[in-house]
Design a protein around this ligand. Structure first.
Ligand code: NAD
Ligand code: TYD
Length: 339
């Protein structure tokens, strides 16, 4: 297949491109705007492969998107591009609307015109909102978004599904839980805590740290998307979870243990506004229909991820310079709570 992968220079998109080029015969064209989160270093290992092409551009630019789809005639589009971080969406919702809603719309329109044969819209378990124990969201669970980020993802999920219902565009929607692994921008919980711990900096815990997330190793997520590209049913939603629910504090203490750093680095900060307490989802449908299962146990994935950050200090230093420091100050300064 010829794939058009949006957001392929980001964390999950680049893992998907590396996996696809290395383990399948598909050709991949990446369309990516290279925002703060996009990084060509993430794709260096496939650069030069004749089955890979990179195009810099905005998914919300209809001229570019129509031209590229016309030129490439992809068999499938895998749509990862997004403003993907809740905290940034709270500080600055405009780019979230632009990319996640207007951009997703532009891409769907272009795919509809070009009659693209397969379209995977990559979404998140956050669209189900916060769930009380012991609830787990199945794909039929109602949507209840709390942040501008999750609202934009819920909106674009529904838009994508409407293109199946109305225009018969062969859309599949995936909803994955929290990903972790190499090359993740250090604004999300796990890479931020690992890189701060390695630099002996404070680890900012929002609120009481007892919020629960389900953790999925990034390559497991990518394998699930490849399985759905081949065997998923059009017009359907598929949850993709790691089957590993943990409170944030447990995850961060484990990072301190692996890095050999003291718990005195833990710093409580004021909570995120609208913070969802617990995400939980069932992956029974994708497991039943495709045979996919998460393969990487959390303990192993976390050790491998810490090792990756340890051995890629240059990558970390480059992405943490400049604008990252401004973001960090904007999000964290003045929030520490003395216990
Ligand atoms: P990321 O922030 O690491 O990467 C996003 C990529 O999209 C970057 O390369 C960026 O340059 C690109 N991009 C942003 N705006 C663009 C635009 N207008 N046009 C073209 N490219 C643009 O994100 P990620 O963590 O890799 O997430 C990828 C997708 O997976 C997103 O749709 C996200 O909602 C979804 N998702 C993420 C997680 C997670 O835990 N990170 C979990 C479930 C679902
Ligand atoms: P995050 O990685 O931003 O993912 P999401 O909010 O999309 O699930 O955050 C994961 C959890 O970690 C969430 O409960 C917020 C919490 N968190 C902190 O306690 N401190 C931090 O500095 C960050 C970035 C997140």
């Amino acid at each position: 297949m010829k794939l058009l992968v949006t957001g392929g220079a980001g964390f999950i998109g680049s893992a998907f491109v590396r996996l696809t080029v290395n383990s399948t015969a598909h050709r991949v064209t990446v369309l990516d705007k290279l925002t703060y989160a996009g990084n060509l270093e993430n794709l260096a290992s496939v650069d030069g492969d004749e089955r890979y092409r990179f195009v810099r551009g905005d998914i919300a630019d209809p001229v570019l998107v129509n031209q590229l789809i016309g030129e490439e005639a992809p068999d499938a589009i895998v749509h990862f591009a997004a403003e993907s971080h809740v905290d940034r969406s709270i500080l600055s919702p405009e780019p979230v609307f632009h990319t996640n809603l207007a951009g997703s719309f532009t891409l769907l329109e272009a795919a509809r015109r070009a009659k693209v044969a397969r379209y995977v819209h990559v979404s998140t378990d956050e669209v189900y909102g916060s769930l009380d124990e012991p609830l787990e969201a199945s794909e039929e669970f109602p949507l209840k978004a709390s942040s501008p980020y999750s609202a934009s993802k819920a909106g674009s999920d529904l838009l994508a599904l409407s293109y199946f219902t109305t225009y018969k565009l062969p859309v599949l929607v995936t909803r994955a839980s929290n990903n972790y692994g190499p090359y993740q921008f250090p604004e999300k919980l796990i890479p931020l805590m690992i890189s701060n711990a390695l630099e002996d900096k404070p680890l900012p815990i929002y609120g009481d740290g007892m919020q629960v997330r389900d953790w999925l190793y990034v390559d497991d997520h990518c394998r699930a998307i490849l399985a759905l590209l081949e065997r998923g049913r059009e017009g359907e939603v598929y949850n993709i979870g790691g089957s590993r629910s943990l409170p944030n504090l447990t995850v961060v203490k484990e990072i301190l243990r692996i890095t050999g750093k003291p718990e005195s680095l833990l710093t409580r900060v004021t909570d995120r506004p609208g913070h969802d307490r617990r995400y939980a989802l069932s992956s029974a449908k994708i497991e039943r229909e495709t045979g996919w299962k998460p393969e990487v146990p959390f303990e192993q994935g976390l050790v491998d991820t810490v090792n990756w950050y340890r051995t890629h200090a240059d990558w970390v230093a480059r992405v943490k310079s400049g604008a990252y420091r401004d973001y960090y100050d904007q999000n964290y300064s003045g929030r520490a709570i003395s216990s």
